[in-house]
Design a protein around this ligand. Structure first.
Ligand code: AP5
Ligand code: MG
Length: 213
């Protein structure tokens, strides 16, 4: 199964992506996580991406498209993948469609997680993430079993650098301008499914499985 996950910053893409990937046995590819790994490892790509990310702006299309096409061409993606945080512009979506057409492996679904904008800021500012396995928690809405420690791998949780109130506002503006048009893009292609992301994490997961099964 080949899926793209749509939704504004804080919608729960990362939270749900891990569960979807486990259930359907597909690879979870988060462009945000790939860039954060590159920044941590001080690669040339990471150095190029860092300033954009810290400010909550998009990394230029050509860098992201090359990164994703390279990743989905790998062996472990041949039976499917879940893209989280890509595409984010019409140019990225068009490039992905062209690539998928070329290799004869079209998308099965674009799944949009819908959450009202006024809920997103508190979700993001309270988020804590695992620098080791990428799991995402929230100090109030989705706390780890042990304070400050990842449930999945035991690593100490951290706050993302772009998870400040000022940066979040810019990320939401960028989402509304650049990424929200993709909902119509995929609706026109007949692959759009939407779920209500403003419910308990487990209920959102159940709704997603219902939509995908
Ligand atoms: P990226 O890492 O993709 O960040 P984002 O899109 O801003 O999305 P988030 O990761 O903030 O939100 P999420 O939907 O994953 O929410 P989560 O599950 O963590 O991108 C970061 C940056 O990288 C971009 O700004 C850009 O610079 C660059 N970039 C990445 N991809 C790019 C691309 N394609 N093109 C160009 N640039 C790119 O949940 C959020 C919080 O809410 C958590 O604390 C969680 O515990 C909590 N939560 C989750 N579900 C619920 C629920 N149902 N109820 C209550 N709380 C919940
Ligand atoms: Mg995420």
């Amino acid at each position: 199964m080949r899926i793209v996950l749509l939704g504004p910053p804080g919608a729960g893409k990362g939270t749900q992506a891990k569960k979807i990937a486990d259930r359907y046995g597909i690879v979870h590819i988060s462009t945000g996580d790939l860039f954060r790994d590159n920044i941590k490892n001080k690669t040339p790509l990471g150095q190029k991406a860092k300033a954009y990310m810290d400010a909550g702006n998009l990394v230029p299309d050509e860098l992201v498209i090359a990164l994703v096409e390279d990743r989905i061409s790998k062996d472990d993606c041949q039976d499917g993948y879940l893209l989280d945080g890509f595409p984010r512009t019409v140019a990225q979506a068009s490039a992905l469609s062209e690539y998928n057409e070329k290799v004869g492996k079209p998308l099965d679904c674009a799944l949009s997680i819908e959450v009202p904008e006024d809920k997103l800021v508190s979700r993001i500012v309270g988020r804590r993430v695992c620098p080791n396995c990428g799991a995402s928690f929230h100090i109030k809405f989705n706390p780890p079993k042990q304070d400050g420690i990842c449930d999945r791998c035991g690593e100490k949780l951290v706050q993302r650098k772009d998870d400040t109130e000022a940066t979040v506002k810019n990320r939401l503006d960028v989402y509304n301008k650049e990424t929200a048009p993709l909902i119509d893009f995929y609706r026109c292609k007949g692959v759009l499914k939407a779920v209500d992301g403003d419910q308990d994490v487990d209920i959102v997961t159940a709704d997603i499985f219902k939509a995908l099964d």
